[in-house]
Ligand binder design. Structure first.
Ligand code: NI
Length: 178
């Protein structure tokens, strides 16, 4: 299936508007840099694994608009349809849960979504395994790396190419955990 560049641009614009002046932790870049990197990883999964690019790319660009911005499910559904809105909701941690339970709950909900949504979660962690902010303690870095393994195990089968990328990035991240 061909990918719809106009949809991509609309989703990028929507994300830019939603995230406003929010910055990427660590680099300080505008937040859309993060979601664009996630979308770039998802392109690989689409080329390689036969995923539907429009759902995957829209969810990649919009994946943090509910969690980190003021967007609503209704606005996402109106602009991008129900599949995208449900995908982004699944990718959003539930703030009502204790922190320690949020990732497991999120992964469980992602597993009820199409593989395109799984790929976005893998792509997000691949993107986030960049050098951690200097203020992060060793324990926090190690927990972040361990969590990457949990994500990989939970979402196996969505995209062998992204699984391999995540393993490579996790191996590189180990230098920050010693
Ligand atoms: Ni993200």
């Amino acid at each position: 299936m061909r990918w719809d560049q106009d949809l991509f641009k609309r989703a990028l614009d929507f994300a830019a508007r939603a995230h406003g002046t929010q910055a990427v932790p660590g680099s300080g870049f505008p937040y859309v840099v993060h979601v664009t990197k996630v979308a770039t990883e998802v392109v690989l999964a689409c080329q390689d694994g036969g995923l539907e690019p429009n759902l995957a790319l829209a969810c990649a660009l919009l994946h943090d608009t509910l969690e980190d911005a003021e967007t609503t499910d209704a606005a996402l559904e109106r602009e991008f349809g129900a599949s995208v809105a449900l995908g982004v909701r699944a990718l959003t941690k539930d703030p009502a849960l204790p922190k320690a339970e949020r990732m497991a709950d999120c992964l469980k909900r992602i597993r009820h979504q199409p593989r395109e949504v799984w790929a976005v979660k893998l792509a997000d962690r691949i993107t986030n395994l960049e050098p951690p902010p200097p203020a992060w303690s060793l324990d926090r870095r190690r927990a972040y790396l361990a969590e990457a393994g949990v994500i990989l195990e939970a979402l196996r089968g969505a995209s062998p190419a992204l699984e391999a990328r995540l393993l490579t990035k996790a191996a590189l991240y180990e230098r920050h955990c010693q």
